[in-house]
Design a protein around this ligand. Structure first.
Ligand SMILES: [Zn+2]
Length: 81
């Protein structure tokens, strides 16, 4: 599942998590712990492109779609994170 997070630095992002790990994620901007935003009313979820500093093998990668992110996670062997 993909969940939304908001960090204390003001950054909002989404991350792919197992359901038991969904409450918190690491902010891709500052690296602090970010809380999940619960948004059950949003019927259509629009992916916001962002630079992910943790997903790439050689540094930040611009993620432009959820599919691209999931492919990158698979390539890095991070699908289960
Ligand atoms: Zn942050």
């Amino acid at each position: 599942m993909t969940y939304d997070y908001r960090c204390s630095c003001g950054n909002t992002f989404e991350d792919y998590k197992r359901i038991e790990d969904r409450h918190y994620s690491k902010c891709p901007k500052c690296g602090k712990k970010a809380r999940m935003i619960f948004s059950p009313c949003r019927a259509v979820h629009i992916f916001q492109p962002y630079w992910d500093e943790h997903i790439g093998p050689k540094g930040p990668v611009l993620l432009e779609s959820r599919k691209q992110k999931q492919r990158m996670l698979r390539e890095q062997g991070l699908e289960q994170l």
